[in-house]
Design a protein. Structure first.
Length: 438
């Protein structure tokens, strides 16, 4: 009788175990769903909301108002990070993530049911802003927890790669959201603006149900369990971050603002710019989806490189390249064509992925376990607010005011210069022992 074949156990530092595969799947799928919902709004703000919620304005002012509601959601993200981070640092990562996903799903579904300004008047944009703020609160709590689920389960030498699964959810969610809207733009314009745009928002209900099934099967992180077992008297996490780690928080925000400035200009404002210039909506959205899809392998590669070379060298390389590409990317956008936009967004999102890959681990390694959820969330979400949240509105304002793309390119390069300085001022986190970090 042939003896049963024995399968060698994976090495102690492997991510290829059943438990770690569940952890990484939870981190990725939960983040994908949250960012599908959140970025779906960004796409709709660029091509729909200025026409149905901000009527009676010129095209430039309507775009600015629409991007203003987009910014409201980003402004709420740091508050969401502080609120969800507080309970995540006190009660655990996993339970808080279930609440953030439910909150996002409800807000997104209600947006898909919201009457337009023509139907209920000024109440429509007011309700839209409130729902966008609720989305911001939810996604503000999601990323930090999803990232820590991967990072705090992973062996030390694989932390960067494990943390990147939460970041992979961003471009994957962008692909899904963009393709969903793109498919709906195949409808005649009157039907798309009447009801077609609502379909991707309502589909969110099904995605959230899938995400909850996956998320409820994951255990709490070992680092948090060890901390909880010590039953130490702890201060309020937000207070401790602001009083003991203000320098780390500020440097994390400044480092991340660059990558989100890039995202806000190219994947939101530029979409509106080229569509208003006459480019085909469906082609533009498909190009945007292609850029986001390309970003996924770049994030994986840069995260793995950061586990070998360090977070700082990889991020600095991405920052330098993105600053050098500012004017070439904007010149491609200025063509007002689908192919020009495609070249711009594919290049921009590839460069974004270089910085984005190590960024989860970079922010997490700035803070100890007892305040890591709060600290990392505040750094990441504040960066998203200053960058992606306000960049589209600033870009639209500069163009409306006559500043043109030259001034916009200058602002872009300045943001990356500040980010480079911030990264250089941080300590390399790849080799830190998170169990002894104070």
């Amino acid at each position: 009788m042939t003896p049963p074949r024995t399968v060698p156990a994976p090495p102690a530092d492997s991510l290829n175990t059943p438990a770690m595969r569940r952890v990484l799947a939870s981190s990725f799928i939960g983040s994908l769903i949250e960012y599908y919902d959140f970025l779906l709004y960004a796409t709709a703000a660029a091509i729909v909301f200025n026409k149905i919620f901000f009527t009676g304005m010129g095209p430039g002012l309507a775009a600015f108002a629409s991007f203003g509601t987009l910014a409201a959601g980003y402004a709420a993200r740091p508050l969401g990070g502080a609120i969800f981070g507080h309970f995540g640092d006190r009660l655990g990562r996993e339970n808080v993530l279930v609440i953030s996903m439910l909150t996002m799903g409800i807000a997104t579904c209600v947006i898909g049911l919201l009457p337009t300004t023509a139907q209920i008047g000024a109440a429509a944009p007011v309700l839209l802003i409130l729902l966008r703020v609720l989305q911001g609160l939810a996604v503000g709590g999601e990323w930090g927890g999803a990232m820590l689920i991967g990072l705090e389960h992973a062996p030390g030498g694989k932390r960067g790669f494990a943390a990147s699964f939460a970041n992979l959810g961003g471009p994957a969610g962008a692909v899904l959201a963009t393709l969903a809207v793109s498919a709906c733009t195949l409808l005649p314009d009157d039907r798309f603006l009447s009801w077609g745009w609502r379909i991707p928002f309502l589909v969110s209900v099904l995605l959230v149900m899938v995400g909850l099934v996956v998320r409820l099967k994951v255990a709490e992180t070992p680092l948090f369990q060890d901390l909880h077992a010590k039953a130490e008297t702890r201060r309020i996490p937000l207070v401790e971050v602001l009083t003991r780690y203000p320098r780390n928080l500020i440097l994390g925000i400044l480092a991340g603002t660059s990558v989100y400035t890039l995202a806000g200009i190219v994947t939101v404002w530029a979409v509106s710019y080229v569509v208003d210039a006459g480019a085909d909506k469906t082609g533009v959205l498909n190009a945007k989806a292609a850029g986001a899809a390309l970003m996924i392998p770049v994030v994986i590669i840069s995260a793995r490189l950061s586990d070998r070379l360090g977070r700082r060298p990889v991020m600095l390389a991405g920052v330098a390249a993105a600053a050098a590409a500012a004017f070439p990317i904007l010149w491609l956008v200025e063509t007002g064509t689908v192919w020009g936009f495609a070249g711009a967004v594919i290049l921009a999102q590839a460069l974004q992925g270089v910085i984005f890959g190590p960024f989860g681990a970079f922010t997490a390694e700035l803070f100890p376990t007892r305040v890591r959820y709060t600290g990392a969330s505040l750094a990441y979400q504040s960066a998203s607010t200053f960058g992606a949240g306000f960049a589209p509105a600033v870009a639209a304002a500069l163009v409306v005011a006559g500043g043109g793309l030259a001034l916009l390119g200058g602002v872009w390069i300045l943001a990356f210069g500040v980010a480079a300085a911030a990264i250089l001022l941080t300590r390399e986190g790849r080799t830190q022992d998170l169990t002894t970090m104070k």
